[in-house]
Design a binder for this molecule. Structure first.
Ligand code: FES
Ligand code: FES
Length: 160
């Protein structure tokens, strides 16, 4: 199996690794960089638990090869908190009880973060459409939608 040297920017920090061609991005993050906040639910692009941002766009990291991320910027759930302060999206999930078991939560939050970056004031329909690739077995989605609405209401004052 051939290997490749790749360098990525993860949550603002430059990281390099030698990886096999077949290594998936989610395994690079979890096993090589030890960023285990990104979860693996299905490994088949269905559940969205592995969602991270690649150059600002949400991707299912179980469907991206690590070599495809070479030279690019990755943001994981560990990158949401800044200087000890929770991102409004994290606060929203806390305040509105947007989780139960929490397995889907990192992926949900990354999808929500990306949505609010491109659309700071989404309608409920737009929120539901944005998270349609992220499955939750516990909550019934109602409180997840409320969590994202909370974050949308909070973000303009806090994010430049
Ligand atoms: S683990 Fe990637 S979509 Fe389910
Ligand atoms: S909180 Fe359990 S899967 Fe969403």
């Amino acid at each position: 199996m051939s290997t490749h040297n790749i360098t990525v920017q993860v949550n603002g920090a430059r990281q390099s690794a030698e990886v096999e061609s077949r290594l998936l991005l989610v395994h690079l993050l979890r096993e090589v960089f030890r960023l285990t906040g990104t979860h693996i639910g299905c490994d088949t692009t269905h559940c969205g638990a592995c969602t991270v941002l690649l150059d600002g766009e949400p991707v299912k990291s179980c469907t991206v090869l690590a070599v495809q991320a070479d030279g690019r910027e990755i943001m994981t759930v560990e990158g949401l908190e800044q200087g000890g302060a929770l991102d409004p999206v994290q606060e929203g999930f806390w305040q509105e009880h947007g989780l139960q078991c929490g397995f889907c939560t990192p992926g949900m939050m990354m999808t929500a973060y990306a949505l609010l970056k491109r659309n700071p004031d989404p309608s409920e329909e737009q929120i539901r459409e944005a998270i349609s690739g992220n499955l939750c077995r516990c909550t019934g989605y109602v409180n997840i939608v409320k969590a994202i609405q909370y974050a949308a209401a909070k973000r303009p004052a806090e994010v430049t």
